[in-house]
Design a protein around this ligand. Structure first.
Ligand code: SF4
Ligand code: SF4
Ligand code: SF4
Length: 255
C-alpha cells in the first residue's frame, strides 16, 4: 500500500496546531511514520502545494478572499479535507474580531491597512465540504491518532463526540458548576482536552467548541437560575465571535 500523501495548509491563526503536530511526530513515530507529509511549510522544506493529496489538513480561519480561493482549489486536489483546531473548525480566536466593526482590529495592529484585504473570520466548512473535524486548541492527540489510523485502515474515523464533563468525572473532579455555581461550559463543550480547566479549578470556556447535539438552552437556563445577567449569558455562548448553530441556541434566548 502506498503511504498516504498529506498536505498541511495554514491560514489565519497562531500556528499552535502545527506545532502540536510536530510535537506529536517526535513522540508518535509509529503513526506518522506510516504517512508522507508532502506539503507543509512548517513540517517539510520539500513538496509543492499543487498536490495531489490523499488528505489535506487545514489550520486557521479563513479571513481573506484569496485564502478562500486557495481553499477551494486545494479541496479539488485532495480526496479528504479535514480542518484541524478550533480556528479552522469554528473560527476560534481569530473570529473574536467578528465582534468589532470590520478592519477595526487591523487598524489597531498595523500601521498601514491598505495592503490588507481582511474579511470576517470563517471556519473552513463555510467554503468547502469537509470530511471530518480534528478539534482542539491546539488539536488533541487522541483524535489525531484516530484520524491517521482510520486513514491507513480505510475506515471512518470515530472522533470524540462527548462533552468535557465526561473527562472531568473520569478525573474524579468535584463539579464546580454544581458545588460552587461556577459558569462552566463543560456540559456543552466537546471533550478531548482532558478537562484541563475544571481540573485546575477554572470554568471551561468552550475553546474546543460545541459537542454534537449540545443542549445549550438548558445550560443557558441554568446560568440564568444562578443569577447570571443576560448579557453575560450571551457572551458565554458567543465568546469566539463566530458562534456555531448549537451555541446560538443558548445565546438567542437572552439577546
Ligand atoms: S486552534 Fe488554537 S492552537 Fe490551533 S491555531 Fe487556532 S489558536 Fe492556535
Ligand atoms: S466542573 Fe464543568 S466540566 Fe466538570 S463536571 Fe462540572 S460542569 Fe462538567
Ligand atoms: S476545559 Fe474547556 S476551555 Fe479549558 S481547554 Fe478544555 S475545552 Fe478549552
Amino acid at each position: 500500500m502506498e503511504r498516504p500523501r498529506i498536505g498541511i495548509f495554514k491560514y489565519s491563526c497562531c500556528a499552535g496546531c502545527q506545532f502540536q503536530l510536530i510535537y506529536f511526530q517526535e513522540h508518535l513515530l509509529e503513526t506518522f511514520g506510516a504517512v508522507d507529509i508532502v506539503y507543509g511549510r512548517m513540517e517539510t522544506s520539500a513538496g509543492s502545494e499543487e498536490g495531489p493529496f490523499d488528505v489535506v489538513l487545514i489550520e486557521g480561519a479563513i479571513t481573506e478572499s484569496k485564502q478562500a480561493d486557495q481553499l477551494k482549489a486545494v479541496r479539488g486536489r485532495s480526496k479528504y479535507l479535514v480542518p484541524i483546531g478550533s480556528c479552522a473548525v469554528n473560527g476560534g480566536i481569530p473570529a473574536i474580531k467578528n465582534l468589532t466593526p470590520e478592519l477595526e482590529v487591523e487598524q489597531r495592529v498595523y500601521s498601514r491597512i491598505e495592503p490588507i484585504h481582511s474579511v470576517r473570520a470563517h471556519p473552513a466548512d463555510e467554503y468547502v465540504r469537509v470530511d471530518a473535524y480534528l478539534r482542539g486548541c491546539p488539536v488533541g492527540e487522541t483524535d489525531l491518532i484516530e484520524l491517521v489510523t482510520a486513514l491507513l485502515l480505510g475506515t471512518r474515523p470515530r472522533m470524540i463526540d462527548y462533552c468535557v464533563c465526561v473527562e472531568c468525572k473520569r478525573r474524579g473532579n468535584t463539579c464546580i458548576l454544581v458545588a460552587e455555581g461556577a459558569p462552566c461550559m463543560g456540559p456543552v463543550t466537546n471533550a478531548g482536552c482532558g478537562a484541563l480547566c475544571p481540573s485546575n479549578h477554572r470554568s471551561c470556556y468552550a475553546c474546543w467548541g460545541p459537542m454534537p447535539g449540545a443542549n445549550a438552552p438548558a445550560l443557558a437556563r441554568k446560568f440564568e437560575a444562578m443569577g447570571m445577567p443576560p448579557d453575560e449569558i450571551v457572551r458565554r455562548f458567543t465568546e469566539f465571535g463566530c458562534p456555531t448553530l448549537e451555541f446560538r441556541k443558548g445565546a438567542e434566548l437572552y439577546e
